[in-house]
Write a protein that binds this ligand. Sequence first.
Ligand SMILES: Cc1cc2nc3c(=O)[nH]c(=O)nc-3n(C[C@H](O)[C@H](O)[C@H](O)COP(=O)(O)OP(=O)(O)OC[C@H]3O[C@@H](n4cnc5c(N)ncnc54)[C@H](O)[C@@H]3O)c2cc1C
Length: 388
Amino acid sequence: MTVPFSEPEERVALREAVRKLASKYGREYVERQAREGGKMTEMWLEMGRNGFLGVNIPEEFGGGGGGMSDLAAVLEEASAAGAPLLMMVVSPAICGSIITRCGTEEQKRRWLPSIADGTHLMAFGITEADAGSNSHKITTTANRDGDGWVLNGQKTFISGVDEADSVLIVSRTEDAKTGKLKPALFVVPTDAAGFTRQPIPMGWSAPEKQFTLFLDNVRVPGDALVGDEDGGLWQLFAGLNPERIMGAALSNGMARFALEKAVAYAKDRAVWQDQPIGAHQGIAHPLAKVKIELEQSRLLQQKAAALYDAGDDFAAGEYANMAKYAGGEVACNASDVAVHTHGGNGLTVEYGLANLLVAARLGRIAPVSREMILNFVAMHSLGLPKSY
Ligand SMILES: Cc1cc2nc3c(=O)[nH]c(=O)nc-3n(C[C@H](O)[C@H](O)[C@H](O)COP(=O)(O)OP(=O)(O)OC[C@H]3O[C@@H](n4cnc5c(N)ncnc54)[C@H](O)[C@@H]3O)c2cc1C
């Protein structure tokens, strides 16, 4: 019997396989790597070897030939096992999607197979300090120089640059320096002359670090430009809708992890008579509420990914935003409830939940903030006046 809303058998099997691999590493591995300044490399490469990082990349370029629904399922499961791979949002989802949809045949052959198996990590840089949420204000500029380009500018909060082989930099050309953003996207190797980085000391503990980037007369060849220099915003959104869907998947997985831990603890911990604390509605109801919010949020994630995979970019944009909003909210609520259910243990290193409070908070800020999503929904879904 086919049950509406159930996933195809292959994706269910994919989820199980990822869960099995990610559970070998789990929360303990992530916390240890974060504490000791390590990376997620071992798990990342094992995920790559098993074909999990490139499930969305076309088969002819070394991937699994699936879609964003599959990649989001992979990240959700890794995250639910306590080992969220932040760089999956960036390398296969944003960069892989943009190159697949906008790259030349040669660019696809050069980058996609190694993005798919995890041996080439591509970071993504759009955020600038003076532009913030308003990407139309970015000033990183690309000038033509013979057959190539010269890039100048600064980026901030760019994740994983210390681990990356290259960064997909969002710039604007000299000819389109002002007005609405016409993005020109360049693959810049992290060892390019004139390209430097400075770590940003962050108040959360994670293996993935954030950096300020400086591009000082960085020369790249003509074929570093992915897509058309005048191709319009759709080229960027070929990557940003996947980014939002993956942001939702990461958050939903995190919420599942937190809820699972909390429920297990609530069933076990007894401080009054023989009743476990989960018998008290003060503990049970917040957990039940998170369960409902989580199911709503996962449905939005699946709908957004299905729309993207069906090629309906317009509807995918609307649902990717709503899914990302819902994911951010439920991850924050779930981690808060999980910490609270654990009492004092919720803030110990041993239970691995305290750090999750801050990690979950990221889902309300990046890649696009909660308020910018509400602005989008108010304007585009509800037809209200533009507020900014
Ligand atoms: C851990 C981490 C990793 C990141 N990784 C990357 C990365 O790899 N690559 C990359 O390019 N960027 C990355 N970012 C940047 C991230 O995308 C931005 O932080 C985010 O887009 C918000 O921009 P901002 O920080 O400049 O906030 P601001 O734009 O300064 O906003 C500050 C606050 O004001 C609110 N606000 C702004 N405008 C409005 C408005 N019109 N209406 C209502 N409220 C508004 C916002 O919602 C927010 O709460 C990362 C950020 C973090 C924290």
